[in-house]
Design a protein around this ligand. Structure first.
Ligand code: CP
Ligand code: NVA
Length: 314
């Protein structure tokens, strides 16, 4: 590949028009398969097989269910193939550098998806690869997840620029991607996080400078007042060491009936999963009528396919 590869590392780096096109592609690919109905098995290739002959490496430094299966099935549906490996399976786990790994894999495959402990590992991979690199979650952000979340809201008939989204709990990697996407899609984002768990201020300021409408309202009930979407995620992300302290500090930020009552009557509930009922979300909310978490999980597949075609068919 001679031109610069098209990476998907952060929603902050990708122009709004390109993100819009990715979301449109995700809707279109989902609709095409839904029209075909049950006659199409999940592994059947889309009619246009846009990634026929292409292979991506799916690399994991930490656990995954949705990201792993949606990327693998996504590549099959696009007519391509994937090779999955954990870092422990690779020489990466024995100290081979990420730079050398990038150069070697660039000779074998057409793209790389990485779930990394550290965002620096991801950026080092991208800087040294001749092929597109996709972020499958780092300690900093989770851009693929937010594309699926926004697809889920739109398929509920909602218009993103007219919506208020409220994040409650830990200002973690998933929250960061909502911050990074806010200026691109125009929604109002309210962040409700306890002291010590806020989203990094410099990223919020940068998003605001680019036109994002982001408000910090620490009180979770006030933050959810008349909101259109309540969003929660685990209080203990992969790599967090202080689980007991986090449970105490975040206890008042549980997404429960009290918060859904403060929100609009037709408010939706999002959670990227995996969820911990009784911790960051009550069972009544995540298993209740306003929750769209399993559509959200399914949409990882459709959004990922659109991201893969954006990166690999460039
Ligand atoms: N939401 C998400 O990324 O799930 P996995 O950790 O199972 O991939
Ligand atoms: N914030 C969570 C998301 C898991 C999909 C974590 O990083 O573990």
């Amino acid at each position: 590949m001679t031109s610069k590869p098209k990476h998907f590392l952060s929603l902050a780096d990708i122009p709004a028009s390109e993100l819009r096109a990715i979301l449109d592609e995700a809707h279109a690919r989902k609709a095409a398969r839904q029209t075909a109905g049950k006659a199409w098995t999940k592994g059947r290739v889309d009619a246009d097989a846009p990634l026929s002959g292409q292979t991506v490496a799916l690399l994991f430094e930490k656990s995954s269910t949705r990201t792993r299966f949606s990327f693998d099935m996504g590549m099959r549906q696009l007519g391509g193939t994937s090779i999955t490996a954990t870092s422990a399976d690779m020489q990466l786990g024995r100290g081979e550098t990420i730079e050398d790994t990038a150069k070697v894999l660039s000779r074998f495959v057409d793209g790389i998806m990485l779930r990394a402990n550290s965002h620096e590992t991801l950026t080092a991979l991208a800087h040294n690869a001749d092929i597109p690199v996709i972020n499958g979650l780092t300690d900093y952000n989770h851009p693929c997840q937010i594309m699926a979340d926004l697809q889920t809201l739109e398929e509920q008939g909602r218009t993103l620029k007219d919506m208020s989204l409220t994040w409650v709990g830990d200002g973690n990697n998933v929250a960061m991607s909502f911050v990074n996407a806010a200026a691109k899609f125009g929604y109002r984002l309210v962040l409700s996080c306890p002291e010590g768990y806020q989203v990094r201020g410099q990223d919020v300021e940068r998003a605001r400078a680019n036109g994002a409408r982001i408000e910090i309202i620490q009180d979770p009930v006030k933050a959810c007042a008349a909101t259109d979407v309540v969003i929660a995620d685990t209080w203990v992300s992969m790599g967090d060491a202080d689980a007991d302290q986090r449970m105490k500090d975040l206890a008042d930020w549980q997404a429960d009936d009290r918060l859904m009552k403060a929100a609009q009557d037709d408010a939706l509930f999002l959670h990227c999963l995996p969820a911990h009922r009784g911790e960051e979300v009550s069972a009544s909310v995540i298993d209740g009528p306003q929750s769209v978490v399993f559509d959200e999980a399914e949409n990882r597949l459709h959004a990922q396919k659109a991201i893969l075609t954006y990166c690999l068919n460039a």
